[in-house]
Design a protein around this ligand. Structure first.
Ligand SMILES: [Zn+2]
Length: 171
């Protein structure tokens, strides 16, 4: 991409560089969902049209975007910004589990939907978070396995993803 821009579109390269620099200076993590935001609380979290009784846990902002494009879900989100991966030194603290627990126990959330990937790390993360939240009296569900085993949410078609959300089950 860098070579293409340098060879064929230097003005575009300058615009992209400026946009990235601006984003680096302005982008924060939303106080509620932990996704990228330009304000303390992002647009999605402040929307009165979203169902605040539902909280969907995803690994990345890209996964959140896919969920939104599938138009199958009206609740709110929490973005972990990763998955548990002990070999890489990524534990509960690195993926903000404490913040998720505080967010999920705000008194409004009734159901937490675990939508981490169906990879080994994603499943382990869902299991860990599920146990922690169930111990606090919350209903915890996992999206159904409409996705291929080992697949990643960011890359599946919207229909498959929507089916998986419709068929979610309690863990
Ligand atoms: Zn937010």
């Amino acid at each position: 991409m860098a070579y293409h821009l340098l060879q064929r579109d230097q003005a575009g390269a300058a615009r992209l560089a400026a946009a990235l620099t601006q984003a680096l200076g302005k982008i924060l993590h939303c106080e509620k969902c932990n996704s990228y935001a330009e304000a303390v609380v992002c647009e999605l979290c402040s929307s009165p049209r979203r169902d605040s009784a539902l909280l969907c846990v995803v690994e990345t902002p890209g996964d959140l975007l896919m969920m939104e494009q599938a138009q199958c879900y009206q609740g709110l989100y929490f973005v972990l910004m990763g998955v548990l991966s002990p070999l890489d030194g990524i534990g509960p603290r690195e993926i903000n589990v404490d913040r998720l627990i505080r967010r999920a126990t705000d008194g409004m959330v009734r159901e937490v939907i675990l939508a981490t990937n169906f990879t080994v790390e994603g499943e382990a993360t869902a299991h860990y978070i599920g146990e922690a939240l169930r111990a606090r009296g919350l209903t915890v569900t996992r999206i159904a396995r409409g996705l291929p085993v080992g697949g990643e949410i960011e890359y599946v078609d919207s229909g498959t993803l929507a089916q998986a959300v419709v068929e979610r089950r309690e863990v």
